[in-house]
Design a protein around this ligand. Structure first.
Ligand code: CA
Length: 752
């Protein structure tokens, strides 16, 4: 009790006001203002239809709101702040609604996280649900459990006839679906909820399953109707995992939403008879941006617009899956009676048909129609991927623009029309005879600015490295440490010539660029030079670092991450830099990450690494085989690695879950000399469960072999144009498939 301490109010004044009104108990609707948690708890028990319960403006810390009442259709009971956005719920706070005809608006959740399963829940407990209730103009901003893999929902909708609209939901970084429609009991099924006009802001790749932005149902209840409508929402950079929206129930409508720069797809994972129409997917050429993935019976997919989508396989612009014969409820039901009509798929690289065909998923799509779709691509010709028999899909009246190969001989015509952008921002063929192909002219994608709330700023892109001020750092003792706390996010530290002796660990909690004049060398005396902390990122350019003065213990590093894990993904770049003499003791690594951290990118270029007793990149801390990993993209080019005991890189992504995009790994134009030969791993590069690997134009000399373990999801591995001198051939192992290994290994030369 009484945990709340509103900071901006006088509790006494508002208490008197509240008590006076409560004593009066008038028959007409009242405005009841409360300033403390006890006042709220008293007032909430006495609400009658039409009442407005008002929270005094200010920060309410550790406030778990239970808003329970019985309003009527004509007189709902309202909960709101004095002014929109004036109440901040911070610390361990949440909101539960229970009863009938309740409406909550104007609250902001930030600077904390929910101690329960959800930030906002449409139930008190499993026996007390909310119906005919509404949450509108509420903000949830980065309200994350500090443990990245402690799962929660931000919104859990139960009951029936509820509406969640015009909310601003942004920055979820911990595990768990952002918004889940729950069908646990009969009283939550066939629910007729509406989820509309919300702004779903950026969700960074989680690096694991459980990063969906919106999910309706679960496989368990997927044969029952949800009948939820999801319309006019804006999904901005929602890239948590391969499913942006996961439909796992029947009879839903997904209409008039916009997906911008979002990795993953709208997936009809379970449940039949869903209608997906008039949605707009804009990939803008971003990796892994996808469209719609179709599974199950009686799905209608019409008048959707896709442009600039780069995703492939299950993440393609348009994907029709193979099913499992007599599928268990949690696997893949056969596509039957799908209607795919009047969609425009433009400058999008992959349409996958009968995708996922394998020994288990052998039931091809049947009784389905693909008609009046418009498909245009100016670059590549082979955008259709066929993975099995597609004779169960009837193709009629489709149009291809560009040099595209149709998937079948009939049902496609070729048009030589150019495309022009219409007033609605979408591309249409100039040739008017093609008017009834692709999306209709009256499609009107919702503008980002009209979703969510007007009074809370939508997030921009993060600040760029090197975009803020430059501070000069001289060689006096402690200067680098001091400069680190002075420089702002996006700032640059420029090292003067000479030796910079660092006696403390340098905490990096902002996006920092360090550059150096010629002859600047960093020496350090602690177990690591840099520690990346929450919100931090590091670029090094033109720096020389020696490990010669590090303490004589095992396990030193140049860069490590905070030991307790981090919510925010981070980025490291090492450019034109020399790192040497990491030999004072064993296992001295250049970069080692901790469990529960994720790098968006690690880039190394034009750099030299010499005499290292550990590894260069140690990205192998997620050993639970839960499908979790530590880096999305690792890109090494034009660099030299000499006399390194461990592998240059050790990436581990265990488990067989298919929900993630990466890891991605690239190694090009580099020299790997005397690497990995003297350690137990016996490998110069270790890639376990990496989804995309590209190793080409490198020279390996006197080093251990490359080792690649394929685990799941048809990984793409190519190793070509490398020169191997006194180095074994790459070893590629299929751990979970009896089929021949799928890596492309070619044009490599081997000699003694
Ligand atoms: Ca998933």
């Amino acid at each position: 009790m009484a945990l709340c301490r509103p900071s901006l109010t006088s509790g006494l004044v508002c208490l008197c006001l509240g008590m006076t009104l409560l004593k009066a108990v008038p028959a007409w609707a009242r405005d009841i203002i409360v300033g403390t948690e006890p006042e709220f708890n008293t007032a909430v028990t006495q609400l009658t239809p039409g009442d407005v319960l008002i929270l005094k403006n200010g920060v309410w810390n550790n406030f778990e709101i239970l808003f329970e009442g019985q309003g009527t259709a004509a007189k709902p009971i309202l909960l709101r702040p004095e002014t929109k956005g004036g109440v901040i719920l911070s610390g361990q706070s949440n909101l539960r609604l229970a009863g009938e005809y309740l409406e909550v608006s104007g609250l902001v959740f930030k600077d904390g996280f929910t101690p329960t399963e959800a930030v906002i829940s449409f139930r008190r407990d499993k026996d007390h649900l909310a119906n005919h209730s509404r949450v509108t103009e509420v903000v949830i901003d980065s309200f994350n459990n500090p443990d990245r893999f402690e799962a929660d929902y931000w919104i859990a909708i139960y009951g029936k006839h509820n509406r969640f609209d015009h909310n601003h939901i942004s920055g979820k970084k911990n595990k768990g679906v952002t918004l889940a429609v729950r069908l646990d009991g009969a009283e939550s099924r066939d629910n007729k909820h509406r989820i509309d006009h919300n702004y779903f802001g950026p969700r960074q790749p989680l690096g694991s399953n459980g990063g969906e932005t919106l999910r309706v149902g679960t496989s368990h209840h997927s044969l029952t109707n949800s009948a939820t409508t999801i319309d006019h929402n804006f999904f901005d950079r929602c890239s948590g995992e391969v499913e942006i929206v996961s439909i796992k129930s029947a009879g839903n409508v997904v209409r008039d939403n916009v997906f911008a720069d979002s990795k993953g797809t709208l997936t009809l994972r379970h449940g039949r008879g869903n209608v997906i129409e008039r949605n707009v997917f804009l990939g803008n050429g971003v990796d892994h941006t996808g469209g719609i993935r179709v599974i199950n019976q009686d799905q209608v997919i019409r008048h959707n617009y896709m442009e600039g989508l780069k995703g492939y396989r299950f993440g393609g612009a348009f994907v029709v899956m193979n099913g499992v014969p007599n599928s268990p409820i949690n696997r893949y039901h056969q596509v039957d009676n799908a209607v795919i009509e009047g969609n425009s798929i433009i400058e999008s690289d992959h349409i996958e048909l009968a995708a996922g065909s394998d020994q288990e998923r052998s039931a091809v799509p049947v009784n389905s129609y693909f008609t009046r779709n418009l498909i245009a691509h100016s670059g590549i010709d082979g955008i259709f991927g066929l993975y099995d028999d597609i004779s169960g899909i009837k193709f009629t009246d489709n149009v291809l623009i560009g040099n595209l190969k149709p998937p079948v001989d009939n049902g496609f015509t070729f048009a030589d029309s150019t495309l022009a952008r219409s007033k609605n921002g979408l591309l249409y063929p100039v040739d008017t005879t093609l008017q009834n192909r692709g999306v209709p002219k009256d499609l009107n994608p919702i503008a980002k600015s009209t979703t969510g709330v007007s009074w809370y700023e939508k997030p921009e892109k993060p600040v760029d490295f090197g975009s803020a001020e430059i501070l000069e750092v001289d060689i006096t003792a402690g200067a680098l440490f001091a400069a680190l706390s002075q420089v702002s996010d996006g700032g640059t530290l420029k090292l003067a010539p000479g030796t910079h002796r660092v006696s403390k660990i340098l905490p990096v909690n902002k996006r920092l660029l360090i550059i150096a004049d010629a002859d600047a060398v960093i020496e350090f005396e602690r177990s690591t030079l840099f520690e990346i902390q929450e919100g931090g990122g590091l670029h090094l350019r033109g720096v020389t670092i020696t490990g010669a003065y590090a303490p004589d213990y095992k396990g030193n590093s140049i860069i490590r991450t905070a030991a307790q894990g981090m919510l925010s993904n981070f980025e490291v770049s090492i450019e034109d830099t020399v790192i040497r003499d990491l030999t004072v003791n064993k296992f001295f690594n250049v970069i080692i990450v901790s469990k529960g951290t994720m790098a968006d990118r690690i880039d190394i270029s034009g750099s030299t690494f010499q005499d290292i007793s550990g590894s260069v990149l140690k990205l192998d801390q997620e050993t639970d085989d839960f499908g979790i990993y530590n880096a999305e993209y690792v890109d090494i080019s034009s660099s030299v690695f000499e006399r390194i005991n461990g592998p240059v890189v050790d990436v581990y992504r265990g488990g067989t879950d298919e929900s993630t995009f990466g890891p991605h790994f690239k190694l090009t134009n580099s020299l790997i000399s005397e690497v990995g030969a003297a350690n137990n791993s016996g490998a110069s590069v270790v890639l376990h469960g990496v989804q995309v690997a590209d190793i080409h134009n490198n020279r390996f000399v006197g080093s251990a072999s490359i080792r690649v373990n394929h685990t799941v999801a048809e990984p793409k591995t190519s190793i070509f144009n490398n020169n191997f001198k006194a180095t074994g051939a790459p070893v590629i192992v299929e751990l979970n498939s009896a089929l021949p290994q799928t890596a492309l290994v070619f044009d490599n030369t081997f000699h003694d």
